[in-house]
Design a binder for this molecule. Structure first.
Ligand code: FMN
Ligand code: SF4
Length: 411
């Protein structure tokens, strides 16, 4: 029986998140104190060596991002924590914010110190009222104790952290749209490059990381890069929080070493399929993710291993469907979501997301041949992927292509 290995969730349930004193008893803020005595470049090298990759979805190497931000020229550098958590089926960041807010603060302080940033923001989705309250309370306590603010641990390093709220737009979780939103503008995406590391908030070098990514940093400082790298698989090191929902007996969040199989996650952690039905499909990575069938159940959950199978790890969301469910119905919901969240800035996505839904609606109403519909959806989404301005318009092809790969022979 496989066990959880908790790094980002390691303090959950071990202290009252409203009490910084309880956190300090667990060794809280010791890793900040430790890190502030290390040369910033050495911290970056440690993170590079640890092979930590971004847990927000794209899996970009975190250490490299730190390095690029450090090397970029700018009078002011910023750190932003992406706590927008908009990907359907994803509910891990809120657990950290609500149950271990100080760990996130620690990760942000160490990251800010390593790149020389004196100002940081936590961008939280507005509907996450409990996360907002918890983070505000924890920040106040950390400031009172002198862990946030001027001259932290008498190191000469100062950091101000501010909370900013999103308004529930899925697109504002995309880092460049997030920057626009933070600057007080409409949440339209920007053209890449330049990337935020070079020109981010107010044109200054900016480090943007996901909540879960920051939550790994103190552990790496404490245990060292080699230890962290020894966890998980060669290319996907460390642990990942998986959020499992849908037709399982025990939906929830589970943190385990990378390399766990989908079967272990569903049958051992989540207790198997509800009502003792058979497994039919799972969506990995949320709406901007991929459907998989049972042939993927024994694949190791890692960035490359899933990619080789035509799937994605993404945010770690796993939505399980039992026999009797329809991947077509699920795709209908996903396409509705994309249409609703399209910002409308570029034509291929503004019109394309509507057309994809029309194809689905027409198919439903006229009982059309599913293979023909699938090909139509694929054509349209390929066109969108090639011409849309930002990743949102390039996303519908992911679930559609995966249906063709895994389920076409059933139609
Ligand atoms: C449409 C869209 C929505 C996104 N939403 C989120 C989000 O809610 N949270 C997040 O951390 N990253 C989100 N991302 C990914 C971010 O753009 C970015 O890659 C991430 O914040 C980088 O942090 P990481 O390297 O720690 O993963 C989204 C991307 C896209 C295209
Ligand atoms: S691809 Fe969609 S979400 Fe992105 S800019 Fe174009 S319309 Fe907006």
């Amino acid at each position: 029986m496989i066990k959880e290995k908790r790094i980002a969730l390691r303090n959950i349930g071990n202290y009252n998140p409203g009490s910084i004193d309880e956190y300090l008893k667990l060794g809280g803020y010791k890793n900040v104190e430790r890190a502030l005595k290390i040369n910033p470049d050495e911290i970056i090298e440690t993170i590079i060596k640890s092979n930590l990759r971004g847990r927000g979805g794209a899996g970009f190497p975190t250490g490299l991002k730190l390095k690029f931000t450090t090397q970029a020229f700018g009078d002011q550098k910023y750190v932003i924590c992406n706590a927008d958590e908009g990907e359907p089926g994803t509910f891990k960041d809120r657990i950290i914010m609500e149950m271990d807010p100080h760990l996130l603060i620690e990760g942000m302080i160490i990251s800010a110190y390593s790149i020389g940033a004196s100002k940081a923001f936590i961008y939280i989705r507005g509907e996450y009222t409990e996360s907002i309250d918890s983070m505000k309370f924890a920040l106040n306590q950390a400031s009172e104790k002198g862990f946030v603010g001027d001259n932290i641990f008498n190191s000469g390093f100062s950091l101000d952290i501010e909370i900013k709220l999103g308004a529930g737009s899925y697109l504002c979780g995309e880092e460049l749209a997030l920057l626009e939103s933070l600057e007080g503008k409409r949440g339209y995406p920007r053209i890449k490059p330049p990337f935020p590391a070079e020109k981010g908030l107010l044109g200054m070098p900016t480090l943007i990381n996901n909540v879960e990514t920051f939550a790994h940093i103190p552990y790496i400082i404490e245990k060292g890069a080699d230890h962290y790298k020894s966890l998980g698989t060669e290319k996907s090191s460390g642990t990942k929080i998986f959020t499992i929902s849908g037709d399982v007996k025990r939906p929830g969040y589970y943190e385990t070493e990378m390399g766990v199989t989908l079967r272990q996650l569903i049958y051992e952690f989540a207790g198997g399929i509800k009502d003792n039905k058979k497994f039919y499909a799972a969506i990995l990575g949320g709406a901007a993710g991929t459907f998989v069938d049972e042939s993927v159940l024994d694949t190791s959950m890692g960035y490359e291993t899933l990619k080789d199978k035509g799937a994605v790890l993404g945010s770690g969301a796993i939505m399980v469907m039992s026999e009797g469910r329809s991947v077509f119905d699920m795709t209908h919901s996903i396409l509705k979501f994309f249409m609703h969240e399209s910002c409308g800035k570029c034509v291929p996505c503004r019109i394309g997301t509507v057309q994809l839904l029309q194809i689905m609606d027409e198919a439903k109403n006229n009982n059309k041949d599913k293979k023909e519909i699938l090909n139509k959806l694929l054509n349209e989404s390929e066109y969108m992927a090639a011409t849309s301005l930002c990743p949102l318009g390039q996303s519908p092809i992911l679930p559609i292509k995966s249906i063709k790969q895994f389920f076409e022979n059933q139609f």
